[in-house]
Unconditional design. Structure first.
Length: 83
């Protein structure tokens, strides 16, 4: 019985195990090169991460680390200035 399925690869992907998911998608594509779902997932995970010039790293870090309602409101006000 083969447990290396799209479902298992998706679970790995959701849990952050990108390499494990890629290996499963690769195995699926060896057996069925026309599997659109596996092709799309493999291509998505194989892409080089995008970088964006001009990203405000201070604001990004503040948002990621925000833990209180007040901090989120401060970030919301910062976002609104760009609208």
């Amino acid at each position: 019985m083969n447990f290396r399925t799209i479902t298992l690869a998706s679970i790995y992907e959701l849990q952050g195990f990108k390499n494990e998911a890629l290996e499963i998608y690769k195995d699926i594509l060896k057996k069925d090169p026309n599997n659109k779902e596996a092709q799309d997932a493999y291509n998505r995970l194989s892409e080089k991460p995008k970088t964006f010039e001009g990203v405000n790293l201070k604001a990004k870090d503040f948002f990621i680390k925000a833990s209180t309602h007040q901090e989120l409101k401060t970030f919301e006000r910062w976002l609104m200035q760009w609208n």
